[in-house]
Ligand binder design. Structure first.
Ligand code: DI6
Ligand code: FE
Length: 399
């Protein structure tokens, strides 16, 4: 592939301390991977005659990664939003058969084409902010065919847009109406066999669950994780979102890639995550939407060197958010992250939460997935609200 030099750039590599800034920087790529990055005056002679693309002094960062989304779903939950404003809680609505189950009904009755058509505008909003990698979960089918259709729809998005997609199997998201009061039977009859089927079709990159009073307990999730291990699939978990259930410790015991939400996690949980190398995926959009007050233990994560990722959790119920820039702002304002932590949270640490080693930083050998911004300092990305300073999105070296 033709070699190109991006020059006259301020490059936040996130490779090394701070932002890993290179002022007056240059980056060489071959329209797939980064070959070299450094100060422009050190550009290797072998690249001196390569095509130049002047960045105009703009800030270049790794492209953004959303490591926790439910963007494939049908219908909306505006009525539930109104009910919560009238005083109903998320748990009350869920226990009355609304919440996740109302999206399950809409998703089951949607065609494949409708699922894709409804997901695309959400994906496009994320792409417009410089995203090149997105994780998408199933979990609104809760029966074999719709779980598989959701995963296929998610994979299809990567054929319709210049983006990479990672699919996560989340049939242990809620107990469907036909199994009310029989969650163990649901795990045995539906969740486990459908995981085998989805894996056999090559549709599963990771396995997730919702460990919560309104969803599944640690023993039920453990059975799903045991099968994931047998199949050689990594696991992650929605843990300690609304209460402390022990999901984080379970996830750490299973060497999970990430424990997500974790508002109710403790300092002991953070220590376990540090030992297992589990990333804390913070989801401030859900915290904000549910008007939660329990803050995730950010100080403990820092003290234990647990990497913190940030993601939209884009879903119709608890986080109808399609902006990683807003998520960064919320991560700072609501959770007290620094703008540097927020940027690492949607790049380096998001990649790690997905088990990826080829993106999330700017370094030779990694993919040329970049975002070019009309800002002066990286902190500006977290500072503004509802403003998108993206100048260009570069996916595998191609703008
Ligand atoms: N936690 C969440 O915040 C989403 N799923 C989960 O396990 C909510 C999904 C929904 O309400 O539709
Ligand atoms: Fe979620």
């Amino acid at each position: 592939m033709a070699i190109e030099v991006l020059n006259n750039a301020r490059i936040a590599t996130l490779d090394g301390p701070g932002y890993g800034m290179i002022e007056a920087g240059a980056l060489v790529h071959d329209h797939a991977h980064i070959l070299w990055v450094g100060p422009e005056h050190d550009l290797p002679a072998e690249h001196a005659n390569a095509a130049r693309h002047d960045m105009g002094g703009r800030l270049v960062t790794p492209a953004l990664i959303d490591c926790h989304t439910h963007i494939v779903f049908a219908g909306d939950r505006a009525r539930e939003f109104e009910m919560r404003l009238e005083g109903a809680s998320y748990e009350q609505i869920a226990r009355a058969g609304g919440g996740i189950l109302s999206t399950v009904a809409a998703t089951r009755s949607a065609t494949d084409e409708a699922l894709i058509a409804q997901a695309l505008p959400r994906l496009d909003a994320l792409l417009a902010e410089g995203l090149t990698m997105i994780e998408v979960k199933s979990g609104y089918g809760l029966e074999p065919e719709t779980e598989l259709r959701m995963l296929r729809a998610a994979r299809r998005l990567a054929e319709l847009r210049p983006v990479r997609v990672r699919t996560t199997y989340l049939a242990a998201h809620a107990c469907p109406p036909e199994y009310t009061g029989r969650a163990d039977a649901y795990i045995n009859d539906v969740c486990l066999p459908t995981l085998r089927a989805a894996h056999a079709e090559g549709l599963v990159d990771a396995v997730d669950g919702f460990c919560e009073g309104i969803a599944f307990d640690t023993a039920q999730i453990a059975r799903v994780f045991d099968l994931a291990r047998t199949l050689g699939l990594p696991v992650k978990l929605h843990a300690e979102q609304l209460s402390h259930q022990g999901g984080t410790a379970l996830a750490a015991r299973h060497g999970a890639l990430s424990a997500d939400h974790v508002e109710y996690a403790t300092a002991e949980d953070a220590a376990l995550m540090a030992t297992s190398g589990t990333v804390a995926v913070l989801l401030p959009g859900a915290f904000y939407t549910l008007r939660e007050t329990q803050l995730p233990p950010v100080a403990a994560f820092r003290a234990q060197n647990v990497p913190m990722a940030l993601a939209t959790d884009c879903n119709p119920g608890t986080s109808p958010v399609t902006s990683l820039l807003l998520t960064m702002n919320m991560g700072c304002t609501l959770f007290g992250l620094t703008p540097e932590e927020a940027l690492r949270g949607v790049t380096t640490h998001a990649a790690r939460a997905l088990g990826l080693h080829d993106c999330g930083r700017i370094a030779a050998g990694l993919r040329a997935d970049l975002a070019v911004w009309d800002v002066t300092s990286p902190a500006e990305l977290s500072w503004r609200i509802g403003f998108n300073p993206l100048h260009a999105r570069i996916f595998g070296g191609t703008e």
